[in-house]
Structure formats: structure tokens, C-alpha cells
Design a protein around this ligand. Sequence first.
Ligand code: ADP
Ligand code: MG
Length: 405
Amino acid sequence: MTFSELKLHEDVLSGLDAMGFEKPTPIQEAAIPLIIDNKDIIGCAQTGTGKTAAFLLPLMHKIAANDISDEHINTMIICPTRELAVQIDQQLEGLGYFSGVTSLPVYGGGDGADFAREKNALAKGTHIVIGTPGKLISHLNLGYVKVDQLQHLVLDEADRMLDMGFHDDIMKIIGHLPKERQNLLFSATMAPKIRKMAKAILQDPEEINISISKPSEKITQVAFLAYDAQKIDLVKHLLRYNDIPSLVIFTSRKTKVRDITRALQKEGFEAKGISSDLEQTAREDILREFKNKQLPIIVATDVISRGIDVDNIDMVINYDVPGDAADYVHRIGRTARASSEGEAVTFINEEDQENFQKIEQLIEKEVRKVPMPASIGDGPEYNPKKYSGGGKRKPYKGNRKYKKR
Ligand code: ADP
Ligand code: MG
């Protein structure tokens, strides 16, 4: 498949040439025709797979092909951070060089002069405005933003925006927009809360799911068959007999975060817990300490299984098996980033065996089950069928979500 087969406007094709993009990525191939066809879409694909161009190209095509004037805002792109707003704007400038599409990034921080400049530009109109939720609301509330003829709304990194607590802000922004519009939601993951938001905002969306990537080969994956009562001793054992300067322990339950953190602190290990119970600023403080290597251990729920990008995490422990197979890939993907190596250790109790098998199917790899240390004693036997309860089992379906227990 080539970009010209996607029937993009020639000015957009020239932009692609200039950027050196030769052929569309899978998400681009799937999304571009649907967006040109005015469909609402939910696009899910791993980070780094070209989601930005997947929405920018067809939007630029529509603006160029319909000769849309930039005296009103045609498209609003909402994204979680200022860095991302700048990045999207830069990609837009590169790709849009020949099509004359105008854009304006609007993001938090900045001083009064920045605000006034943004205000002027927004009142004058621009084809595409890209902004973080807070800053967009500040401008919209003041009434001069020309959104009356807006045709497209893009929510980029929707999962991250929800993790950052932007749900209400996004809904407020949408309250300012015309009801008739095309909505495009992009996310690296399809968590249930994303589905909920999509339902509230999108109309009859087409869903695109590009299968999640397999864990990096540089992650050594092992598993212990352990009863719940043995797990905390197993963590302590691993900490005592291995050199693990930087460790993340994941658990599915908030209450467990507290229990594990306390148990480790009691033994003199420096550990702190992160869950959605903590304020955003407290979470950020703990993450900062962890990134700076002042804090060796964090215990967390899946709230951070996606966001964090910390160098040199030596080990990820899954204190329990995530109910959603994709979460496993995200969790262990915290280690072995960039060029480093890492270890992922999963504790599997009786009930989690079936879920773990699904993970192994997803990653197409059997994870080595290592014997329990003698000091802790035997764990449960490995027999996923026996523990599955013999109920109805759904056949494995590619990248589909599994029911949370
Ligand atoms: P995502 O939003 O999925 O995380 P990005 O849109 O940021 O990914 O794209 C990741 C990188 O891939 C960017 O540097 C972008 O310029 C590049 N890229 C995107 N599409 C293509 C393509 N079709 N061919 C070559 N490079 C591409
Ligand atoms: Mg992106």
C-alpha cells in the first residue's frame, strides 16, 4: 500500500515526500480512508506507530481538497502535554508545508504575552489548533475562539489524558463545540474508561485495533507459582539475594499497594506506594524520587503501567497477574527501555493461572516457571485447567480485552 493509493491530495503527498515517509504504517492504512469518509473513529495502536500522521494526513487532505479557509478553526486537537502539542505542531508544519494548512499550538505555562498572542491568533482563526485541556478552556471561556465552524475534534493520547485527570476538562471543552462534527480518538490502549469516554463523545465510531507489540526480547521473563500468603516473603527474598537498585512492584488492587509497601518498610526496605488514591502532585513527587534514583522501590497499581518512562529499572514484579493480558506487556515494558536489559518476575497463584496462560498466548511465548526458594516452601502446582473452574471459556481472540475478574 502506498500513500497515493490512499487518495490523499497531491499537496499532502508532496509533504510526505518532503518528510521522507515512504509508506503508511498499519494504523495509517486503516485510519486514513475512514477519516476521509467522515467516520468517527477510535484508533488504538502502540506508541511510536505513527498515530499522529494517521489523523493529520486525512485532516490536511480534507482541508486542502475542500479549500477550507482558515478564518475559522476547522480542527481542534486536544493532547495531554505541552511537549506533545509542540511535537504535533512540528509534524503538522513538516507535512503541511505544501498544502498551506495553518496551525497554532496552545499550551499551559507561558506568560501574559504568550496568552495575548494566542488570543489574537485564535480570534483571527487558524485551520488547526492543538492544545492541552486547561489552556484550551481558558481561551474558550473568554469567548473569542472561532469554533462555530469547527468540523473535527481529535483526542490524542486519550488514555494518558484520562490518567492525568483531564476527563472533566475535556467534556467542558466539548460543550463549546458544534454538535455536528467528526470525532477522532487515539489511544495506546483500550481501557474500559476509554470505551466509556468514547461512548459519550463519539458517534457510531469505527474501531481500529492494531495488535500490541510483544515485549522486548531484552526482558528476561520468569514466573513463580506462589500462594498469596507466600508472596511478600518472596519479594523480600528477591530483594535480599539480588542486586536490584530500581524495582517496580505492580498489583491490581489499591489496598494491596498499601499492604505491600508497609510490609517492605517494616523490613527496612525503602518503598513507596502509588495508586489513584494519591493526589496527582504526590504521585509526581514519588515518581520524581524514583526517577532520580533516590527511591529504590515503588509499589503501584496499573495507573503508572503506561505513563512512566524511567531509565534503568532493573526489575518489574507482578505481584499478581493482570486481568487484562495487554497490561502485562505494558507493565513489564517499564524495564529494559532504551538499550538496557531488565527482568520481569510474575507471581502466579492458583486462580491466576488461567489468566497467565492467556498472557502467554498473547505474547506467543511460554514464560519459564522457576522453583520457589526452599526457605519459602512449595507453591501451588501448575495446572491452569484444574483451576479454571471448568466454566465456559472464551476462545482467544487476538488483541481483544479479557473480562476483568
Ligand atoms: P505515536 O503517536 O503512535 O506514538 P508518532 O505519530 O509520534 O507515533 O510517530 C512516531 C514516529 O514515526 C515519528 O517520528 C514520525 O515522524 C514517524 N512516522 C510516522 N509515520 C511514518 C511513516 N509512514 N513512515 C515513516 N515514519 C513515520
Ligand atoms: Mg502519539
